[in-house]
Design a protein around this ligand. Structure first.
Ligand code: HEM
Length: 149
């Protein structure tokens, strides 16, 4: 296997680390809206409400935020290493990754609303939004592995 770019053989380790943190990130992105659905089912200000706020806060601080930072750093290293900036599959992947990061930001914003006692969405809407990360991840993996264009 030919390994070019400034990372040399280290590129495989960077790619492995990238995929590992992608898995942690995706786990968090799948869990958070599930937590929101359960959180919605308890009364504002109840003990249960406080327990869900605590769980969501920990998921945000321990899994979601560190993973997204590492996925971005490692992903950008791979992008510069391979110099993919003019390739179609990479443009499409980058767009989807930006959308997924926007979704991440939205989840954190929704958590802050729940913490303030607000419940802007219905459970059904939350369940539907839960489809976003799965569809985006499937498309991203196809783009990056198959590189169809
Ligand atoms: C956050 C910004 C991201 C950037 C800049 C980025 C960039 C890249 C690049 C350039 C590669 C190709 C490395 C190469 O083969 O030369 C790669 C590999 C990969 N990325 Fe990302 N990525 C990002 C986020 C993600 C996300 C969110 C996912 C999944 C949901 C993902 C999944 C993958 C996978 C599975 C591979 C390995 C593909 C293979 O085996 O060749 N990446 N990434």
């Amino acid at each position: 296997m030919e390994l070019v770019g400034f990372l040399g053989v280290t590129m495989l380790w960077v790619k492995a680390a990238h995929v590992i943190f992608v898995i942690f990130l995706m786990a968090g992105l799948f869990m958070m809206p599930r937590f929101f659905v359960y959180h919605h089912q308890c009364a504002v200000g109840s003990d249960e409400d406080r327990v869900w706020i605590e769980r969501e806060d920990r998921l945000r601080k321990i899994i979601l935020n560190p993973s997204i930072i590492l996925v971005w750093i490692l992903g950008l290293m791979l992008a510069f290493n391979g110099d993919y900036w003019r390739e179609g599959w990479f443009h499409a992947k980058f767009l989807l990754v930006l959308l997924l990061s926007g979704y991440h930001g939205w989840l954190i914003g929704y958590f802050k609303k729940l913490k303030r006692g607000l419940r802007p969405l219905t459970e059904k809407q939350l369940r539907m939004l839960n489809e976003v990360p799965g569809v985006a991840a499937a498309a991203i993996v196809i783009l990056v592995v198959v590189r169809p264009f």
